[in-house]
Design a protein around this ligand. Structure first.
Ligand code: DMJ
Length: 643
């Protein structure tokens, strides 16, 4: 009950009564004093009565408020001519007399109550379907939310973080007209891929260039988060496609929403979305990208609520419930997934001043450091409940690859201050060289896969990125083996080029063997596809930057022409199902990494080295450039919060 209306009565003196002629024109002009006094008494008694009655009236709000969201349907126009109605235990008051309207209201009310009950029942049923772990994870998520909220309230705004030195964003124009022409061709291919996605797949994650409609895979859950837009932004930027960049920015600003009931891959969302948004932020300086990256990162954090702190592979962005892939050994998380968060998470802490991200990835590192490694190798599978390895499979390709890459890049990104990461990288690479790297009979260096003490002499297209990694890690290597690692990078680049050159389309297969007389060739039908992957071109580019051997540009140009000839369709670019067939069929998917990585690495290969120089930028595993944090005495940031 509000009091202001009463204050004038109780708080102030009554205004003097005007009892003169103007007040009572029908009476005599003057009244005797006693009459005036009696009248005054009656009036004040009347006022006191009204005042008291006002206080002693029952509180009507108690009767009409039902805190079940029903206010809007209960209050208006309820007929009380037949007395109060009692519906579902709720007392309804009201006034009016329209019987028909009354019945309608009643019906509406019943329906709403019924619908509410059904909804509650459904929710209860859904809850019962969940496992104990899931329910526990939900509770934990809720708890974390509360803690985060409290933290937010407590924490004072941090001073703005100084931006690192952003060098070489708008450079790279080659003087040589032939190289310029090739670079322009690659830009034209980017425009073709983008324009078609813009026309037929806008807002969807990817494009089906033949069916000319949107496409998605389970890594993005059932969401439509515009993966291609986010993944392509920095490529558009460095190519000078600024109108397209702005279109993408506008879509992100207006539409990119992470409060969706969708179960996504933590790794993929991190490398494509967070990496893409951060790179777009650093390149363009547009705050919206930073804000979205931080919002999204907050949605991934519940994935870390496991007994060990090793995150689940997937997380529901709305509920925060996480789980692992059904196919992974013994319910394990995957090395290349939980081990490929470091770069982005360090930048998130750097930009927000919130150490939560940094702490999550450092916790993973510490845990890995403590574990025994069979033959010094990291198995691909780790159980997040028990903290034990799953199957002893080791790979520098799928399931393992970018874990090693991120150890090296954590060191580079910290301006070489994070020596712990460098040591882990050096140790891992030594074990890999000893157990996984071999020369084929024909003299091709390859990286096989370690399976329970046995070397499988097969190399994946994904593994071809390692040529670039070895070259990138050459400088600063243990025992000054820079020359050795540069050579190793060159040998892997050569092997991977052979895997392209030995096909009909001059495009590489998904996996190729070095066994039984076969060298760098796919044997199984389901390994003959090419899905616009970047790894071989990525290695050409790193090798070009470190050696300037013209063969890398030549090989890159061969790949460009093959992609344009065999993967280009009028609705974009598509993967092909068999690189050994002269009449290949299309898989009808334009992968977002084609725009993020393949075309970017090709463009960089035909640009001068002053475009995104490697002393200042480190590319995440999806080719999103993040600046080196040149900060002395810390591996993280200049923010005192970390010291
Ligand atoms: C990309 O999404 C990333 O490079 C990832 O690390 C592995 N492979 C795909 C492209 O092939």
């Amino acid at each position: 009950m509000t009091t202001p209306a009463l204050l004038p009565l109780s708080g102030r003196r009554l205004p003097p009564l005007n009892l003169g002629a103007s007040a009572f024109p029908h009476h005599r002009a003057t009244l005797r004093l006693s009459e005036k006094f009696i009248l005054l008494l009656i009036l004040s008694a009347f006022i006191t009565l009204c005042f008291g009655a006002f206080f002693f009236l029952p509180d009507s709000s108690k009767h009409k408020r039902f805190d079940l969201g029903l206010e809007d349907v209960l209050i208006p126009h309820v007929d009380t001519s037949k007395g109060d109605k009692n519906l579902g235990g709720f007392l309804i008051h009201g006034q009016g007399h329209d019987e028909h309207r009354h019945r309608e209201e009643e019906e509406r009310l019943r329906n709403k109550i019924r619908a509410d009950h059904e909804k509650a029942l459904e929710e209860a049923k859904e809850k019962l379907k969940k496992s104990r772990d899931e329910i526990q994870a939900e509770i934990q998520t809720e708890k974390n939310k509360v803690v985060q909220e409290l933290k937010k309230k407590d924490s004072k705004p941090l001073p703005p973080v100084p931006l690192p030195n952003l060098i070489g964003i708008n450079s790279g124009e080659p003087a040589d007209p032939d190289i310029r022409e090739k670079r322009n061709k690659i830009k034209e291919m980017m425009k073709h891929a983008w324009d078609n996605y813009r026309q037929y797949g806008w807002g969807h994650n990817e494009l089906k260039p033949i069916a000319r409609k949107g496409h998605s895979t389970n890594i993005f859950g059932n969401s439509q988060m515009g993966a291609t837009i986010v993944d392509a932004l920095d490529t558009l930027y460095i190519m000078g496609l600024h109108d397209e960049f702005r279109e993408g920015q506008e879509w992100i600003d207006k539409n990119l929403d992470f409060s969706v009931n969708s179960e996504v891959s933590v790794f993929e969302v991190n490398i494509r979305f967070i990496g893409g948004l951060l790179a777009a932020y650093y390149l363009s300086g547009q705050e919206v990208f930073k804000i979205k990256a931080v919002q999204l990162a907050g949605k991934l954090l519940p994935a870390f609520n496991t007994p060990t702190g090793i995150p689940w592979a997937m997380v529901n962005l709305k509920s925060g419930v996480g789980r692992n892939w059904g196919w992974a050994s013994a319910g394990s998380s995957i090395l290349a997934e939980f081990g490929t968060l470091h770069m982005e998470f360090v930048h998130l802490s750097y930009l927000t001043g919130d150490p939560v991200y940094y702490n999550k990835v450092m916790h993973i590192r510490k845990l890995l450091q403590k574990m025994d490694r069979p033959n010094g190798l990291y198995p691909n599978y780790l159980n997040p409940r028990t903290g034990r390895w799953g199957q002893h499979h080791t790979s520098v390709g799928g399931l393992g690859d970018s874990f090693y890459e991120y150890l090296l890049k954590a060191w580079l990104m910290s301006d070489k201050m994070d020596t712990e990461a460098r040591k882990m990288y050096d140790d891992a690479i030594e074990a890999i060289e000893k157990h996984l790297i071999r020369k084929s009979n024909g003299g091709l260096t390859f990286i096989g896969e370690w399976k329970n003490g046995h070397l499988e002499r097969k190399m994946g297209h994904l593994t071809c990125f390692a040529g670039g990694m070895f070259a990138l890690g050459a400088d600063g290597s243990r025992d000054d083996k820079a020359g050795h690692y540069l050579q190793l990078g060159a040998e892997i680049a050569h092997t991977c080029h052979e895997s392209y050159d030995r096909t009909t389309l001059k495009l590489g297969p998904e996996a190729f063997k070095f066994d039984g007389g076969v060298e760098a060739v796919a044997v199984r039908q389901n390994e003959k596809y090419y899905i616009l992957r970047p790894e071989v071109i990525e290695t050409y580019w790193y090798m070009w930057r470190f050696t300037h051997d013209p063969k890398y540009r030549q090989w890159g140009w061969e790949a460009t022409q093959a992609i344009d000839k065999y993967c280009r369709v009028s609705g974009g670019f598509s993967g092909v199902k068999d690189v050994y067939s002269s009449s290949p069929t299309y898989d009808d998917v334009q992968q977002s990494f084609f725009l993020a990585e393949t075309l970017k690495y090709l463009y960089l290969l035909f640009s001068n080295d002053d475009l995104l120089p490697l002393d200042n930028w480190v590319f995440n595993t999806e080719a999103h450039p993040l600046p080196v944090l040149h900060l002395a005495n810390t591996t993280l940031s200049g923010n005192p919060a970390y010291r």
